[in-house]
Design a binder for this molecule. Sequence first.
Ligand code: ADP
Ligand code: MG
Length: 622
Amino acid sequence: MAIKQFKTESKRLLDMMANSIYTNTDIFLRELISNASDALDKRHILSLTDSNIKEDDPLIRIDIDKANRTITISDNGIGMDRKELEDNLGTIARSGSYEFKKDLSAKDEADIIGQFGVGFYSAFMVSDNVEVLSRKVNEENAARWTSDMDGYEISSAKKDDYGTVITLHIRKNTKEKKYDKYLDKNEIRSLVKKYSDFIRYPIRMSIDSYDYKEDGKSEKVTKDEIVNSMIPIWKKNKKDISADDYDNYYMQEYYDFAKPLKTIHYKVEGNTSYTALLYIPSQRPFNYYTSDYKLGLKLYSRGVFIKDEAKEIVSDYFRFIRGVVDSDDLSLNISREILQQDYQMNALKKSVDKKIKTALENMLEKERENYEKFFDCFGSQLKYGCYDGFGVNKDVLIDLLMFKSTYEDKYVTLKEYVSRMKEDQKEIYYASGESLETIKKLPQLEKLLDRQYEVLYFTDSVDEFLTSVIREFDGKMFKSILKGDLDLDSKEEKEQLEKKNEENKDLLEQIKESLKDKVSEVRLSSRLKSYPVCLVSDDNLSLDMEKILKQMNQEGVKANRILEINPDHELFAKLKQLHDNNGDIGEYAGLLYSQALLMAGLPLEDPEDYVKKITGLMLKAM
Ligand code: ADP
Ligand code: MG
């Protein structure tokens, strides 16, 4: 009997596979089980149209023989005759998407294997000798194909029933790789669970367990078990799935103790047909902001597990979504793992993103309380998504954003804000700060509240930065109440203020002088009501942004500090008096500035000096 040579290409790919230690060798089992499942499908389909072809109870079996170092995968599917063994296993089918390159460097080769699903040949990653015994349905004779990778032989054989038995002689352990694990029943069972749990046909294995007797002794018993669960929850009919089923699946799969906030289960038919089961968690995973957090969705193709953490099928700004996408179309690719470049991936991503967005919009509209819970956990994510890439995705996300506001300390969307703006209100006001409490105490807030203007609380560090990419909503600009000129006054009021500033020029200059570089300007303003002073910045960088940038080690950037004084406050009248009497303004200038710093939630620059001065004043007063 002659040993036949593999076609050159096949041989080369085989060598690459066998010698690569970078590849995920576990997937050989997935490939062989998938082939068995395909063979059962084929027998089933033929039995529908050809009355001569009968179906047995379809079955896939895995047997392990530790002593002889073999693992056997059997099926009672369609089987192969001699010619088919030769045709199907003698050459590696060339695929349009894959052009074999003869001049690959060793490194590229390793990469290709890592990405390349190679079906039957992946058996050689774990085995140096493969035997395929097969008997085609309704054929009398069986045939045996064997290969040690150098070439292959085909001979006639006997087999009792139809189908295929594939026996792999498992490689010996090497320094880099422990092949012995493929002879461990529990290991194999968990690989079946991981990769092939939703194969439609039962996969049987004999599993060892121990029976404990009354006298305390145990006896090893071997039981035949079906190790796959066959129908994934997302493939079931919606009406057959209870809310508990959905929740339990989620909690098991993602190790979450809490039920999901929202479950999204849907099916899309069309160019890219797929089923998805998506979840919004009800709490932020403890490792959400660390690199441990698993991004992306689980990707299946016709029930066969392709990969975990598929980032390419959902946008990063929805990274809080967990779940599964199972597509019918992807398996058409010969390369199971070169998915990133696939246009199908992009189509999937578009579709998945859209569904998530719609689900969130519906929640916002119809389940406000739930949506607010969601926003508490993941709202920042949406804001960062808006900000990222100079706002490329802002149009997708902007309607999903919410901020708390002075209206009733509750969340408000921008749409809601604009819809209840006062008639004479021109801009969307916001105030940034550490917390609601600090913002509520801002001296700058009073006047706006008097006018019943709603002010958004910007407490997330990303909030104010967002305004640089959003800029406006519904034609209304964003305006910080802590920056620049609020422009609330009438023309006459403005002129009056101008005049007052002019009249008190000397006093203001003296204050500025004694504060030196601490402030860029000292001016009277109409911003304040009951407080004597406040600190604002010019239209560029705000004090809050400066603080955040500092936390991000951007020390150099400084906001322009402007000290504003309330001309209607009693304290100003006193200052004027003192100035008119040629008193020393300098001592009080420092105190005014310190006050303003404290109210802005900023640290005092010289606490010791401040305490000394206050103590001095107290002593004088008491
Ligand atoms: P693919 O499954 O993508 O076609 P494989 O390399 O996995 O590529 O398998 C090559 C071919 O060998 C299959 O298309 C099928 O015709 C045949 N084959 C493999 N395993 C079996 C099996 N268990 N029963 C019947 N035919 C099989
Ligand atoms: Mg295959």
